[in-house]
Design a protein around this ligand. Structure first.
Ligand code: FES
Ligand code: FES
Length: 203
């Protein structure tokens, strides 16, 4: 299966727990504590510059430490990279899937600063309308989308998977796609397209 970055999920959970602890501790602060804190610069706030290597192009973005890679690509790059879609923003649907160093990850669960200087590939970087990759072409040929929101994630996941397993069975394709959800229920055509792309690549 396409392994999505579970360590990121654990990390964000950890941040949530730490955040809750901090919120409780806030109530125990004295006025003097608050004044002392105000006098100190908060090194974790504000924006910084991050260099993102997206689809072979180095771009800089001004982001906060908490900005996700998905948010940075869609809202802080010029021009914006909007192939990866924002749907759940919590690591459950796969619409935001990108490749980091050729591995599929949910970009809504990766901090932009953690992706700095890594090789990021989005659906735009896999092919172009004039020269689609085998999976993109197969999706068009097999009409493997309805609203299209899940499509960039599926194409990215499947493109990476076919590099690992160029001759998959239907069961293996289904397993590879289990981190990607299609609310329109286009699964049969998605799997059909994946198998056709695999066949086409071998021909
Ligand atoms: S938007 Fe990232 S997993 Fe759903
Ligand atoms: S085509 Fe609409 S969510 Fe998949």
């Amino acid at each position: 299966m396409a392994k999505h970055d579970s360590s990121r999920r654990k990390f964000l959970k950890g941040v949530g727990i730490a955040g809750a602890g901090a919120a409780i501790a806030d109530h125990l602060w004295t006025e003097a504590d608050a004044e002392e804190q105000q006098a100190k610069p908060n090194v974790m706030s504000g924006e910084g510059t991050v260099v993102l290597n997206v689809n072979g192009k180095q771009q800089t973005a001004r982001v906060e430490p908490r900005t996700t890679l998905l948010n940075a690509m869609r809202n802080h790059l010029e021009p914006a990279v909007t192939g990866p879609k924002l749907v759940c923003d919590m690591g459950t649907c796969g619409a935001c899937t990108v490749l980091i160093d050729d591995k599929p990850v949910y970009s809504c669960l990766v901090l932009a600063v953690d992706a700095a200087n890594k090789k990021i590939t989005t659906v735009e970087g896999l092919g172009t309308p004039e020269k689609p990759n085998a999976v993109q072409a197969a999706f068009v040929e097999h009409d493997a989308l309805m609203c299209g929101f899940c499509t960039p994630g599926f194409i990215t996941t499947i493109s990476a998977y076919l590099k690992k397993n160029p001759n998959p069975s239907l069961a293996e394709v289904r397993e590879a796609c289990k981190g990607n959800f299609c609310r329109c229920g286009t699964y049969p055509r998605v799997f059909e397209a994946a198998l056709a792309a695999a066949k086409g690549q071998q021909a």
